[in-house]
Design a protein around this ligand. Sequence first.
Ligand code: MN3
Length: 235
Amino acid sequence: MRMDRRDFLRLAGMSAVVASLGRTGLAASEKGEQTKMAHVLPPLPYAYDALEPYYDAETVRLHHDIHHAAYVKGLNDAEAQVAAMLKSGDFAGAKAACKALAFHGSGDILHSIFWTNMKPGGGGLPSGALLQAMDGAFGNYDAFKGLFLAATNAVEGSGWGILACRKMDSALVVLQAEKHENLTQWGVAPILVLDVWEHAYYLKYQNKRPDWTKTFMEHLVNWDDVARRLAAAKA
Ligand code: MN3
């Protein structure tokens, strides 16, 4: 996820990079050229073991530090490929670069939402405007939960369950994503995302995907974050 300068400065251990930043938030390359700041892996909002026993520390560490980091790198690489094509005028790599942009960019976006969609002591029930919106769209929370879990559990291969706000008409919609970028509607803002790639749950839950998704809903969801994302999407 592209971070603004303030977010970037919050990252620990980046003092050397910070020292090279100009007032504009642009990073100066060794050649003295101003280049767009690369996407950076957002820090976890809690410790690796903060979601135990529902989400094990080893999976969280590998998932964030290795898998999510790979999507951030892939996104930066894809954007560098696009920039190189624009500079050279040789667009032979456009198909591969645009495909990588969708896959890695969507992977970065969804994981960045996923981490903040969870919190220690999460789960329970949504409330307020979020619950009202769910009642309006799905009938009631139990109906939403049934649809969301069924859709998520049935994702073919690797993908996500997604609750999104469709900006065109502010409707809440439940979608599946295969990989990170397929089966979307254009112009939706994901507000609740549940990762069902095997890397997300296999160490602890093995082949029992429905156990993982049920645990996520009942013990991990940060409904305050979901509600905040809904409000932002409607603003
Ligand atoms: Mn993942």
